[in-house]
Write a protein that binds this ligand. Structure first.
Ligand code: SF4
Ligand code: SF4
Length: 153
């Protein structure tokens, strides 16, 4: 699949940013829970920022590993059991309001090079191709959420 990227701008109290986002992507979450489980080709690792850890701990949850090294800015990883995140239940995510930033943004994630961000996506998400086309504002909100979370670390 050839994906073209467009350039966006984000202005926040902490600075001016440029970001690149995929054009023409349609997506709507099917709530299938596949992103909370290992896939055939790879384990599902949900890494946690210090702000994720703080939020989960505040709600009394400690089901994550804290011996994660070399994944900065992430400092911990959600535990899995039987190939699924320990927080996945038959009714969905047990810690939904306190879930990690990576859980909130999937199938999108953000890579950074200085003040430039690139928003990438996983084409294997089952919600790809559903719903309306995602516009710049969607990606700007995603980025803003990520910057705010990192700024609270
Ligand atoms: S983000 Fe994708 S994989 Fe995860 S629950 Fe939604 S549709 Fe399923
Ligand atoms: S914390 Fe919730 S949303 Fe995140 S992987 Fe676990 S079950 Fe899924």
């Amino acid at each position: 699949m050839v994906v073209h990227y467009a350039r966006g701008r984000l202005s926040t109290p902490s600075g001016e940013y440029t970001f690149y986002y995929p054009k023409g992507i349609r997506w709507g979450c099917k709530m299938c829970g596949a992103c909370c489980r290992d896939a055939d080709h790879r384990p599902r690792r949900v890494l946690l920022l210090p702000s994720d850890v703080a939020r989960l701990e505040k709600s009394g949850e400690r089901e994550f590993k804290t011996d994660v090294k070399g994944e900065e800015p992430f400092v911990a990883e959600m535990r899995r059991r039987g190939g699924s995140c320990v927080y996945l239940t038959e009714k969905g995510c047990r810690v939904y309001p306190n879930r990690a930033l990576l859980c909130r943004t999937y199938p999108f994630w953000i890579e950074r090079d200085g003040d430039v961000f690139e928003i990438l996506f996983d084409p294997r998400c089952r919600g790809m191709g559903r719903g309306g086309e995602l516009k710049e504002g969607f990606y700007r909100d995603l980025l803003l959420q990520a910057i705010e979370q990192r700024d609270t670390t």
